[in-house]
Design a binder for this molecule. Structure first.
Ligand code: B3K
Ligand code: ZN
Length: 886
C-alpha cells in the first residue's frame, strides 16, 4: 500500500472467498482436558486427525497468545525441530495419514480482555469462540468446515466453581484432591470449533422441562449470578415458546436431553449459540419489570429464540467458511423476526425491523464498509458480523419466502435439511435447495448475495381513462460501492396494491391476463430488468398505488406520488406498513423543507395538511395503539441524515424538534387524553396490549414535554417516581433530561442511588445522559468515562456511554468544534488495546465523513488518521479505519 502515512503498520492479510480450498486434514474427535487454576489454565487436547488432501500437505494449526508446552504424535513427543512455531501457527510438516495428536498449552484467562477464547467475567470462566476464538484455547484447525465430536473434562476448585459446563451430555463427575472436582461432558454431534463452549462458576439455576413433539424430554436450565435468579422466568418462557414455534412452523425439534443458557456480564455481543450451551450477554437474558423495559423484554424473547433456532440453522447445518456467514445469520434472523411477529404485533414488528434496516444497514451500504451479504473478502472476520450480513441477509431470505410462498418455502427448507444435515455448506447450497424444491428460478435472484449497495427503484404511473388502465413503470439502479461498479439489475419482488377513491383496494388484473378467480388486492410483481412496465386493466377510476407493500424488498423507492396521495395512503392503505410509511415520508419531506427554511433564514411553519392528518391519527379511537405510536414517532435524525448530503445536523435537529413542538401545541388536549387513557392499572404484563399502552403513553408524554410547562414536568416527575416498571421510569427520565428544568438533576441522582448496584439499569442511566442534545453533554461525556462505575473492560458499559453519543446525539457528536470526534478518538485510543472488537465497532461513525461539510470532513478524517497512527493498532480497527480513509 503506497501512501504517505507515517505509520509503519504492516496491513493485515486480506482473505478472499475465491481462495477457498477444502481442508487437507479433518479432526474427527477431540478430547480436551482443562485444568483451571488461579493465574494459569492448562489445556491438553487430544485429536484424531485424518488426511483428506495431498500426501505431502503439511498440518498447519491456528493458535494465538498461548504458551506451547508439548506436541506428541501417536503418543511420541516431538522435539522442537519436528515442528515450526510461529506467532499464529503451529506447523507439523511430516505427519501420518491418520494419527492421534496431543498438544499441551497454557495461558491466563484472567488477562484476556478481548473476550475471545476463554476468559473471566466477574469471577466466572466462560468462552466465546465464534469466529476464531478457539485458537486462543488450543492449537487447532479453527475453521468451520472441520467438524469433530468433543469430549471435555474440566477440573477446578469446587468451592469457587461448583458449576462446570460444556457442550452435550454430562457423563461423569467426581471429587479430586485439594478441594477440587471434575466434570466430563460429551457432545455426540460433530461440530465446528466455533460452537465449543465452557463455563465454570458459582451460579444459581432456574430449571424447567420441555417435551418435544415426538415425546423426548428436555431439561432446560438458565444459569446466572445468584442475585439475578428472579430475572430468568421471562427468558425461560421465551425459550419454551421458541421450541414450540420451531416445531410448528419449521417442523424442527430439539435434539439433546439438555439445553443450557448461561448469563455473562462481560460479553462482546448479544449471545452465542454454542451447541446445547448458549452463552448470553446478561442484557439479552435477564428481565424483570422493575429493571427491564418492554424493549428489553422483546429483545430477550427475540435473542433467546434466535440462539435456539441456530441449533438447526447454524449448528446442524453450518457454514463452509466465514464468507457464508449469512447462510446461518440471515436465515436465523428471518426466523426470529417471524417468531416475534407471531408472538406480538406483526405490523409493528415489521415497522421496527425496517426502521433498523434503513437507519443502520442502508447507512452501511452507502459507506466505506459496504459489502454484499456474502462478502468477497475480509481482513478481520469479526468486522463482518454486520447489519448487512444479518438484517439485509434476513431480507434476502424474506424475499425468497415471498417469491416462493409459504408452502414452497417450507418444502425448500425441508430439502435443505434432507440434503445437508451434518454438513458445512454455502449460501449457494441453500438457494439451490429452495430452487429445486419449488421449481422457482432463482438464477438472477442470486445476485442479492454478491452485489453490495441499496438498489434504488424509481416508479412513475400513467393512467389512461379511456382504456381504463394504469401503467406503472419501474427503473432500478444500484449505486457503486467500494470495489464494485456497474451493478446488474436484481430480481426484486414488488408487492403492489391499487386503492380506489373510496379508500378500498380494487381487484387487480394485469393486461393480457384473464380476470382473476380470487379478488387478490395485493399483487407481487417481479422486477428483473433495469426498466419494466406493468399495465393493470379494469381500472375504472383514478387510483392511488400502494407500492412495495410490507416493504417487500430492501430498496429505496422513489415515486411520483403527491403529498395528497400520501395523505390518502396514510388514511386508507389496507397495508399497515405502507400506511405507516406514508406518514413517515410526509414527515421526512416536511422536515427537509424546514431544513431549507432554516438555511434560508425563513420563519418555520407546520404544514396544516400534515398536522390535521396527524390529528386524525391521534384521535382515531379504532386505530391499534401500538400502530398509532409508530405513526407518531417521526423519522430519527440519523434516518433524516440520509436524505441529503452534506448533512446539516443542527438544522435537522432543529426542524424535527420544531415539528414535534408544533404538533404537540396543536394537539395537546388530545395527547393528554390518550396519555390518561393509556394508564394501565394492575401489575406489569408483557402482553401486546399492555406494551402498546405503555409505548403510546410514553410517546404522548414526550410530545407533551416539548411544551416544557411546569405541569407536564410535574407529570413526568410523578410518572418517574411512581413507576412500578422500568419502561415508564426510564421514559420519564429521558423526557426530563432533555428538558431545561433544573429539578431534573434530582431525578438523575435518585435514579443512580436506586440502581447503582444493577449493572444493566446503570447502563441505561449512562445512556440516557449521553443522548442529551445540549452543549453541556460534551463535558459530561468526559466525566462519564471517569465515573467510578465506568469500566473499560465491560462492553455493555462502554457501549452504553459511547453508542448513544455517537449514534443518536448527532448535534453533539458532530459539533463543529470537533470535540465530539476528539472524544471518540480518545475512546478508541484507550479501548483498542483492551478490546479490539468493540473498538472497531464504535469507530465506525467517523467513516461517514464524506456526507458532511468540508470543515467536518477535515476533522473526522484527522481523527481517523490519528487512530491509524496509533502504535499496535488492532487488525480489527485497522481494517475499518484504513477502509474509511480510502
Ligand atoms: N453467532 C453469534 C455471533 C458471534 C459474533 C462473533 N464476533 C451470535 C448470533 O448471531 O447468534
Ligand atoms: Zn445468529
Amino acid at each position: 500500500m503506497a501512501d504517505s502515512r507515517t505509520s509503519t503498520i504492516t496491513p493485515p492479510e486480506t482473505k478472499y472467498l475465491k481462495d477457498y480450498r477444502a481442508p487437507d486434514f479433518q479432526i474427527e474427535q477431540v478430547t480436551l482436558v482443562f485444568d483451571l487454576r488461579e493465574g494459569v489454565t492448562h489445556v491438553r487436547a487430544t485429536s484424531q486427525v485424518r488426511r483428506e488432501g495431498a500426501a505431502d500437505a503439511v498440518l498447519r494449526l491456528d493458535g494465538h497468545d498461548m504458551t506451547l508446552m508439548s506436541v506428541a504424535v501417536d503418543g511420541v513427543r516431538l522435539t522442537a525441530d519436528q515442528y515450526q512455531l510461529e506467532d499464529h501457527h503451529l506447523t507439523l510438516p511430516h505427519v501420518p495419514d491418520q494419527f492421534e495428536l496431543t498438544i499441551e498449552n497454557e495461558f491466563d484467562p484472567a488477562q484476556n480482555t478481548a473476550l475471545e477464547g476463554l476468559y473471566v467475567s466477574k469471577g466466572m470462566y466462560c468462552t466465546q469462540c465464534e469466529a476464531e476464538g478457539f485458537r486462543r484455547i488450543t492449537y487447532f484447525l479453527d475453521q468451520p468446515d472441520v467438524m469433530a465430536t468433543y469430549r471435555v473434562r474440566i477440573e477446578a476448585d469446587k468451592t469457587a466453581y461448583p458449576v462446570l459446563l460444556s457442550n452435550g451430555n454430562n457423563i461423569e463427575q467426581g471429587d479430586l484432591a485439594d478441594g477440587r472436582h471434575y466434570v466430563v461432558w460429551d457432545d455426540p454431534f460433530p461440530k465446528p470449533s466455533y460452537l465449543f463452549a465452557l463455563v465454570a462458576g458459582d451460579l444459581a439455576v432456574l430449571e424447567d422441562h420441555f417435551t418435544t413433539r415426538s415425546g423426548a424430554p428436555v431439561t432446560l436450565r438458565i444459569f446466572v449470578a445468584p442475585e439475578d435468579l428472579d430475572k430468568c422466568p421471562h427468558a425461560m418462557d421465551s425459550l419454551k415458546k421458541a421450541m414450540v414455534w420451531d416445531e410448528q412452523v419449521y417442523g424442527l425439534e430439539y435434539d439433546l436431553d439438555i439445553f443450557n443458557i448461561v448469563a455473562v456480564s462481560h460479553f462482546n455481543m448479544g449471545a452465542m449459540e454454542n451447541k446445547s450451551l448458549n452463552i448470553f450477554n446478561t442484557k439479552c437474558v435477564l428481565a424483570k419489570p422493575e429493571t427491564a423495559t418492554d424493549g428489553d423484554f422483546a429483545a430477550v424473547e427475540a435473542v433467546v429464540a434466535h440462539e435456539y433456532f441456530h441449533n438447526w440453522t447454524g449448528n446442524r447445518v453450518t457454514c463452509r467458511d466465514w464468507f457464508q456467514l449469512s447462510l446461518k445469520e440471515g436465515l436465523t434472523v428471518f426466523r426470529d423476526q417471524e417468531f416475534s411477529a407471531d408472538m406480538g404485533s406483526r405490523a409493528v414488528k415489521r415497522i421496527e425491523d425496517v426502521r433498523i434496516l434503513r437507519q443502520h444497514q442502508f447507512a452501511e451500504d452507502s459507506g466505506p464498509m459496504a459489502h454484499p451479504i456474502r462478502p468477497d473478502s475480509y481482513m478481520e472476520i469479526n468486522n463482518f458480523y454486520t447489519v448487512t450480513v444479518y438484517e439485509k441477509g434476513a431480507e434476502v431470505i424474506r424475499m425468497i419466502h415471498t417469491l416462493l410462498g409459504p408452502e414452497k418455502y417450507r418444502q425448500g427448507i425441508d430439502l435443505y435439511f434432507d440434503r445437508h444435515d451434518g454438513q458445512a455448506v454455502t449460501c449457494d447450497d441453500f438457494v439451490a435447495a429452495m430452487e429445486d424444491a419449488s421449481g422457482v428460478d432463482l438464477r438472477q435472484f442470486r445476485l442479492w448475495y454478491s452485489q453490495a449497495g441499496t438498489p434504488e427503484v424509481t416508479v412513475s404511473q400513467s393512467y389512461d381513462a379511456a382504456a381504463e388502465s394504469l401503467t406503472l413503470t419501474f427503473r432500478q439502479m444500484t449505486p457503486d460501492t467500494p470495489g464494485q461498479t456497474d451493478k446488474k439489475p436484481l430480481h426484486i419482488p414488488m408487492a403492489v396494491g391499487l386503492i380506489g377513491p373510496d379508500g378500498a383496494d380494487i381487484p387487480l388484473q394485469l393486461d393480457g391476463e384473464n380476470a382473476p378467480d380470487d379478488v387478490a388486492t395485493t399483487r407481487l410483481l417481479s422486477l428483473t430488468g433495469s426498466e419494466q412496465s406493468f399495465t393493470f386493466v379494469g381500472v375504472k377510476e383514478p387510483v392511488v398505488p400502494s407500492l412495495l407493500r410490507g416493504f417487500s424488498a430492501p430498496v429505496k423507492l422513489k415515486s411520483d406520488l403527491t403529498a395528497a396521495d400520501r395523505l390518502f395512503l396514510l388514511a386508507h392503505d389496507s397495508d399497515s406498513f405502507n400506511r405507516w410509511e406514508a406518514g413517515q415520508e410526509i414527515a421526512a419531506g416536511l422536515i427537509m423543507e424546514l431544513v431549507d427554511d432554516i438555511a434560508a433564514g425563513r420563519p418555520l411553519h407546520l404544514d396544516d395538511g400534515f398536522s390535521s392528518a396527524m390529528g386524525k391519527v391521534i384521535g382515531d379511537l379504532d386505530l391499534d395503539r401500538a400502530f398509532k405510536a409508530e405513526v407518531l414517532s417521526l423519522p430519527s435524525e440519523a434516518t433524516l441524515g440520509q436524505y441529503r448530503s452534506p448533512v446539516d445536523v443542527d438544522a435537522i435537529h432543529q426542524a424535527r424538534k420544531f415539528v414535534r413542538h408544533a404538533l404537540a401545541a396543536t394537539h395537546e388536549t388530545a395527547l393528554q387524553s390518550i396519555y390518561n387513557a393509556c394508564q394501565t392499572t394492575g401489575f406489569y404484563a408483557f402482553t401486546p396490549q399492555a406494551v402498546a399502552d405503555r409505548r403510546l403513553k410514553n410517546v404522548c408524554l414526550s410530545y407533551l414535554m416539548t411544551q416544557e410547562t411546569p405541569a407536564v414536568f410535574t407529570q413526568s416527575m410523578a410518572q418517574f417516581s411512581n413507576a412500578d416498571n422500568m419502561t415508564d421510569e426510564i421514559a420519564a427520565l429521558s423526557c426530563m433530561v432533555n428538558s431545561a428544568f433544573s429539578e431534573t438533576r434530582d431525578a438523575v441522582e435518585s435514579f443512580y442511588a436506586k440502581w447503582r448496584d444493577d449493572d444493566l439499569v446503570l447502563d441505561k442511566w449512562f445512556s440516557v445522559q449521553a443522548a442529551v442534545s445540549k452543549p453541556e453533554t460534551q463535558d459530561l461525556m468526559r466525566r462519564l468515562i471517569q465515573h467510578p462505575d465506568f469500566d473499560w473492560n465491560m462492553p455493555n458499559r462502554v457501549r452504553s456511554v459511547v453508542g448513544p453519543f455517537c449514534g443518536q446525539n448527532l448535534t453533539c457528536f458532530h459539533d463543529k468544534s470537533g470535540r465530539g470526534y476528539a472524544f471518540l478518538g480518545d475512546v478508541i485510543e484507550k479501548l483498542d488495546p483492551i478490546n479490539p472488537q468493540i473498538a472497531s465497532r464504535l469507530v465506525q461513525p467517523l467513516g461517514r465523513w464524506k456526507y458532511y461539510d468540508a470543515d467536518r470532513q477535515k476533522l473526522m478524517k484527522a481523527t481517523l488518521e490519528r487512530i491509524l497512527a496509533l502504535p499496535n493498532l488492532s487488525e480489527n480497527t485497522y481494517e475499518i479505519v484504513s477502509k474509511s480513509l480510502k
